[in-house]
Design a protein around this ligand. Structure first.
Ligand code: IMP
Length: 188
């Protein structure tokens, strides 16, 4: 029987990326377009586990949640776990302003996925991608800080200049998903 995965996110961009990867491996994906309370913590895994437990209580087994953030080396890892708040408040422009005149443009996206299986067992999978922050936003795809993130292993385009399939070749989220697929015996 095909696994059914209930993807809990209010973010259509995350849904699209997760759905594309999981459905191509034969998983049935259901979108639960809801926001779940987020714990205040510096640790993405801890945040997503708390949200996952809450989602499991509401929607039962097979729930998948993802928490992510942009960690800028020159800013001591800011905005990190506060990325959603920083994006809503100062946005891409505000972050670029903080980076004005800063030579070290290194940044990381990090992702933590919580999957709680039908029998209630909890698993966390993490992924990261290293890149540099562009001087100006480029591209219209993706979401969040995609217009200013250039993955180190790419061809110089920002994530927002890539298709979902291209972003999924490198992204933090895709790397966490790979580990989940392996756990479910769905790789190779
Ligand atoms: P949360 O995981 O819902 O707490 O939100 C994470 C925030 O980090 C998003 O609102 C974005 O601002 C940023 N973020 C996380 N992953 C990505 C990504 O793949 N592209 C662009 N921004 C991202």
């Amino acid at each position: 029987m095909a696994h059914v995965v209930k993807i809990v996110t209010s973010n259509p961009g995350k849904w699209e990326e997760l759905y594309t990867m999981l459905s191509s491996r034969g998983l049935d994906c259901i979108w639960i377009r809801e926001r779940v309370r987020e714990l205040q913590s510096e640790d993405l895994a801890e945040i997503v586990l708390a949200s996952g437990i809450e989602a499991y209580e509401k929607w039962g087994g097979g729930v998948l949640l993802e928490d992510s953030g942009l960690f800028v080396t020159a800013l001591g890892g800011f905005p990190g776990p506060y990325s959603a708040y920083v994006f809503r408040t100062i946005g891409v422009k505000g972050l670029l302003k903080l980076m004005e005149g800063v030579q070290d443009r290194e940044a990381w996206f990090k992702s933590a996925i919580c999957y709680i299986s039908p029998d209630g067992s909890q698993s966390i999978f993490t992924g990261e991608v290293k890149g540099i922050l562009a001087a100006e936003p480029r591209g219209t795809g993706g979401f969040g800080f995609d217009p200013i993130f250039i993955p180190a292993e790419g061809d110089g385009r920002t994530f927002a200049q890539m298709t979902v399939g291209e972003k999924n070749l490198y992204s933090h989220r895709a790397r966490a998903v790979q580990k989940l697929l392996k756990h479910l015996g769905l790789t190779g």
